[in-house]
Design a protein around this ligand. Structure first.
Ligand code: FEO
Ligand code: CA
Ligand code: CA
Ligand code: CA
Length: 641
């Protein structure tokens, strides 16, 4: 997410406890990974469905030749690899009879944009249709740059421009296939092709469905929401669906001069950054104070059924959700980890009440598990100074979560998950972004991208889990729950504090072993146990000051056994690298490049749209475009090795 939005997000004034003890990571007990075989069995049903090497004897290690820091307006991968951009913003997704061609001057209408790839590609996953040869790519379109999206940018503003902005948000489902030459192309038309936008109807599942706080003038029953927005990271379920987090939804709502305490706690501003309110009253939170409560959820999409209604899963809690990641307990229940990318907010886990059901009786697995994420227990994390931690239940009636304290029922607990977490004195974190679950050890990793406010007057001070004041460069934390995923205790430590050893200031120095990076954001294990780390330093930071030696945003491979970082990809100027998916055979990797040419203000000048980047087209009169990059080894081998 564009840093200037999310770093404004510091609305936690709860006075949650901050452990002042600064601990050296080296003094902390190293996590004991659960025995490899036992941990692998935890994931057996899960791996069987998604990992070509589920039966492999052990973890593979990155062995490609690392590349230098990224400079210039180009994308670089290691020697022996090739990379090609596909599915760029504005390409038709492949709806039969509705494939409007991309107009490089951004002249496409709102209706055309609704049939095209959205802007600002983010989380992504490959769902196989024919193994590693043909499949669906499902991806998020997190937000828009209205300076690029419209031919004259924001010089004028209209209902049509609001509709186009809304149509460029959301989620895309596209079909892709590998050609005889090994390269990949979009299959168009495709019966799976789909765009979900900021106006697509969503059902509401879980304890907030129908709740008074979810009811609006347009939806008095509180059961149908139009649209999803700011969809950041992605996850998948063992039953074949796609999960997406609604992150900085606050930027779409205007709360006017006198927001109430609830709106303040959720960071709603007087005006809305995206200016939808000027032509779409729904986003005016003065007139429609409950509409913001209908955003900030994890949403679930069944990509195999284009006619299915996507669902907002409220049992997972409301947050500026980055995304959601699923593990499976020994007895077959789903555990969903998620975090909230905002300064001093929290990390969550949900444990389903019921076991995952197999497909059968005429139902697909997605249909058989349609309500699985609607019933269960939600927890928030507390990281203690001794390297242990606790999952605190966000359950109505337990502890302080009572009607007397402003939580009338479980619906109110999940809508007000921040306030409930404050009341439980959970640990405020340095902007939790992606999580990833190690398929070999069951250890859960989470990027904490940065928090320059930590330690400032009135802000939380350093604590054991977030040990640096002025944490501009971010870190990665990890925990292990000791053999299963449904417990309430864990042990934790840090994988790494990011930074540059040449810097003097501790907040910028870090302890990286190997190649340097800053602001970790995207994070994913591949099926072979390599941890991929992607970065999102903002245009205002990169290649200057304390970031001078770190280069453009990038992706690295980490050997979690040693902590060694190896740089694999560097992006064009002012892009973010985010979202990674692989085919089951590991021979094709898909990576999203978001906002090439990002400007310091996050809005491009329509008279000079290629001021910072022309990637990937570099065409006269064109515009930089977020795209999916397809990466392969020239010898056809497994990517990363
Ligand atoms: Fe959308 Fe937190 O990055
Ligand atoms: Ca980010
Ligand atoms: Ca970004
Ligand atoms: Ca992100």
């Amino acid at each position: 997410m564009a840093k200037d939005f999310s770093t404004m997000e510091d609305s936690n004034r709860s006075g949650a406890p901050h452990i002042r003890t600064l601990m050296s990571p080296s003094r902390r007990t190293v996590l004991r990974a659960s025995a490899g075989a036992a941990a692998a069995s935890l994931f057996a049903p899960w791996l069987a469905g998604c990992a070509g090497l589920a039966g492999a004897p052990g973890r593979l290690r990155p062995s490609f030749t690392p590349i230098p820091i990224g400079e210039g307006d180009r994308l670089v991968v290691p020697p022996g690899y090739v990379a090609a951009a596909i599915a760029s913003w504005g390409e038709p997704v492949g709806l039969a009879g509705n494939m409007p061609p991309w107009k490089p001057d951004a002249g496409n209408t709102a209706a055309e944009q609704a049939a095209q790839m959205g802007m600002h590609h983010d989380g992504i996953h490959y769902f196989a249709l024919d193994g590693s040869r043909r499949g669906l790519l499902v991806m998020n379109h997190e937000y828009v740059d209205d300076g690029l999206l419209h031919t004259d940018g924001l010089r004028t503003w209209s209902a049509e421009k609001v509709r186009k902005s809304q149509a460029a948000h959301g989620i895309a489902v596209i079909e892709v296939e590998r050609g005889a030459d090994g390269g990949w192309r979009m299959v168009r038309p495709s019966r799976y092709a789909r765009r979900i936008t900021a106006t697509t109807p969503f059902a509401i599942g879980g304890p907030a469905a129908g709740h008074p706080m979810m009811r609006t003038a347009a939806d008095p029953a509180g059961r149908i929401v139009l649209g999803t927005c700011n969809n950041c990271a992605s996850g998948i379920t063992p039953w074949g669906t796609y999960l997406s987090g609604e992150e900085n939804f606050r930027n779409y709502f205007a709360a006017g001069p006198d927001p109430d305490a609830h709106q303040r706690r959720w960071g709603l501003g007087r005006t809305a950054f995206y200016r939808w309110t000027e032509h779409d009253e729904r986003f005016d939170a003065v007139k429609h104070p409950n509409e913001p409560n209908r955003f900030g959820w994890v949403v679930e999409v069944d990509p195999m059924d284009p006619a299915s209604t996507p669902v907002k899963r409220t049992a997972l809690g409301r947050a500026a959700h980055e995304g959601a990641w699923v593990a499976v307990t020994r007895d077959g229940r789903a555990v969903v980890y998620s975090g909230e990318d905002a300064r001093n907010e929290y990390i969550y886990k949900f444990v389903s009440r019921d076991r995952i059901r197999a497909a059968g009786n005429g139902l697909t697995a997605a249909q058989a598990n349609r309500e699985l994420l609607d019933h269960g227990t939600l927890y928030v994390a507390r990281f203690d100074a001794d390297g242990t931690g606790a999952w605190l239940p966000l359950v109505h009636g337990q502890g302080p979560l009572t009607a007397a304290n402003g939580f009338a029922d479980q619906g109110e607990v999940v809508v007000k998950a921040r306030q409930a977490s404050d009341a439980l004195r959970a640990t405020p974190m340095d902007r939790p972004e992606w999580l990833a679950i190690d398929p070999f050890s069951g250890t859960v990793y989470c990027t904490l991208t940065n928090n320059a406010d930590r330690g400032k007057p009135g802000m939380p001070g350093p604590d054991a889990a977030n040990p640096r004041a002025g944490n501009t460069h971010g870190h990665i934390i990890r925990w292990n729950e000791g053999g299963d995923f449904d417990g309430t205790a864990f042990r934790w430590n840090h994988l790494v504090l990011a930074g540059d050893p040449a810097q003097e200031r501790p907040g910028a120095k870090g302890n990286i072993r190997g190649d340097l990076f800053a602001c970790p954001d995207g994070l994913a294990f591949d099926a072979r146990g390599i941890l991929w780390i992607q970065t999102d330093a903002h245009a205002t930071q990169m290649n200057r000051g304390e970031f001078a030696n770190i280069g453009n945003n990038q992706m690295l491979a980490c050997d979690v056994a040693t902590g060694e970082m190896r740089r694999f990809l560097t992006g064009p100027v002012n892009c973010e690298i985010t979202g990674m998916a692989m085919t089951p055979d590991g021979r094709t990797m898909f990576v999203n490049v978001q906002h090439p040419g990002e400007t310091p203000s996050d809005r491009s000048d329509p008279d000079d749209p290629q001021r910072f980047s022309g990637w990937p087209d570099y065409a006269a009169g064109g515009r930089p475009r977020s795209s999916t990059v397809v990466i392969r080894r020239t010898d056809g081998g497994v990517v990363g090795t």
